[in-house]
Design a binder for this molecule. Structure first.
Ligand SMILES: [Zn+2]
Length: 410
């Protein structure tokens, strides 16, 4: 059984016209914008025309499928909102692949007791700081957050939703109970370079990496850059530079091949060319698939920074601004996906996801599985995000056969 890639391609291209900006060729469908809502209505019309029932829940999630939801359902999907100047596949692929799989099942007269439904989640990209649609489905929302959440321009979530005829508090009623779901499957572009660089067709995702964020302060002394001898300085920048050199060793000794450590934001004070940096403030973001490894890596960072601070006569402080545990996909479903990939004879890699996805919340209430296809040059969240149609076809066939295999088991 094979999906119809021409039909899927036509749908993806039709959807890419909603929120398209001619100037930068990017997609603009931020959560609850007019274009975002237009894409949701477009999807509902598409699903209806294909003979499916469809509804929008209180969070703005659009569901489409057939059959009473009185038995545990297989749900497929992803998000339909985008970052500003996003690409045409991020999220949209998983949503339209779900519709394509359902149509393929119908055309092949696959009859199943298990309801098969698709979903286009709302506000996955975090305009308001969460992953609202998926959080709503998995019952991970609280009223205080809903009322206080706002975007970078100060627009409140509740106002943005009200402008689209949605009552933000209704998102609390969008939760599914675990017994309503048999499995959740998501097809997504990798948004990174690994599959493309290694010339592989499919990523079988083992889970979403855990991530911690620190804000580090190294405090020394701001001195005159001319009069302070090199050996009498407490140069905070030198401390930061030393730490940067320790990262490779920390990963080799305490991490895994899935560990990532990034210093992404740096501020030097007072920040004058002729003054020794008296203070360095920087972020450390660490990732791994194993929470114990995350703890060891964090510990090694702390030890390295303490030693560096002593060496350069600095004061070292840090604040942990977040610690998110890894979210493993269902091992059973991951194995099942891998079996389908092998049977279809596609090249593949078992891998973690460094980016967040709807799957991480759905995995809290059901068996969740995530399938990646290559992103050309690893580009995503940008107008030149691209994936080859033959990879899209392969990924959607893996989704189809994973659903079939899941339906076949009790
Ligand atoms: Zn996405």
């Amino acid at each position: 059984m094979q999906i119809n890639c021409e039909r899927l391609k036509a749908n993806l291209i039709e959807l890419s016209k909603i929120g398209y900006n001619e100037e930068d060729r990017g997609i603009y469908r931020p959560g609850y914008s007019d274009a975002d809502m237009e894409s949701r209505r477009w999807l509902q019309e598409k699903a209806k025309a294909a003979g499916y029932e469809t509804y929008m829940d209180g969070a703005g999630n659009v569901f489409f499928g057939r059959g009473e939801l009185n038995k545990p359902a297989v749900l497929m999907g992803s998000h339909i909102d985008s970052v500003p100047a996003g690409g045409i596949f991020d999220g949209s692929l998983g949503v339209l692949a779900a519709l394509e799989v359902m149509q393929t099942l119908d055309e092949n007269q696959v009859v199943t007791e298990t309801p098969v439904w698709g979903v286009a989640t709302a506000e996955e990209e975090g305009r308001f700081g969460g992953m609202l649609g998926a959080q709503a489905i998995s019952g991970k929302l609280n009223p205080d957050w809903i009322m206080s959440a706002h975007d970078a321009d100060g627009v409140y979530l509740k106002d943005a939703m009200a402008a689209q005829g949605l009552n933000a508090m209704d998102a609390l009623d969008a939760a599914w109970r675990p017994e309503q779901l048999k499995a959740y499957l998501e097809l997504h572009i990798e948004q990174g370079p690994v599959l493309f660089q290694e010339n592989l067709q499919i990523g079988v995702v083992e889970g979403i990496s855990g991530v911690f964020k620190w804000i580090v302060h190294l405090k020394g002394k701001a001195d005159h850059a001319g009069t302070a001898p090199m050996d009498m300085r407490s140069d905070a920048f030198m401390g930061l530079a030393d730490f940067a050199h320790e990262i490779e060793r920390i990963i080799a000794e305490n991490g895994t091949d899935k560990t990532r450590i990034t210093v992404g934001k740096v501020e030097l004070k007072p920040g004058y060319p002729h003054t020794v940096a008296g203070e360095a403030i920087f972020t450390i973001v660490g990732r791994d698939m194993d929470e114990e490894v995350m703890k060891e890596v964090a510990n090694a960072c702390r030890k390295a920074l303490s030693a560096i601070a002593r060496k350069h006569r600095l004061m070292f402080e840090y604040e942990q601004s977040s610690w998110l545990a890894p979210k493993p996909c269902s091992a059973k479903l991951t194995d099942l996906i891998e079996e389908q990939v092998k049977a279809l004879d596609y090249s593949y890699l078992r891998m973690p996801s460094g980016a967040g996805h709807d799957t991480q919340f759905l995995s809290e209430i059901t068996d969740a599985g995530l399938i990646f296809i290559p992103s050309v040059n690893g580009v995503s969240h940008a107008p030149d995000e691209w994936s080859h149609w033959h990879d899209i076809e392969a990924g959607t066939n893996v989704l189809l056969h994973s659903v079939l295999a899941n339906l076949a088991e009790n």
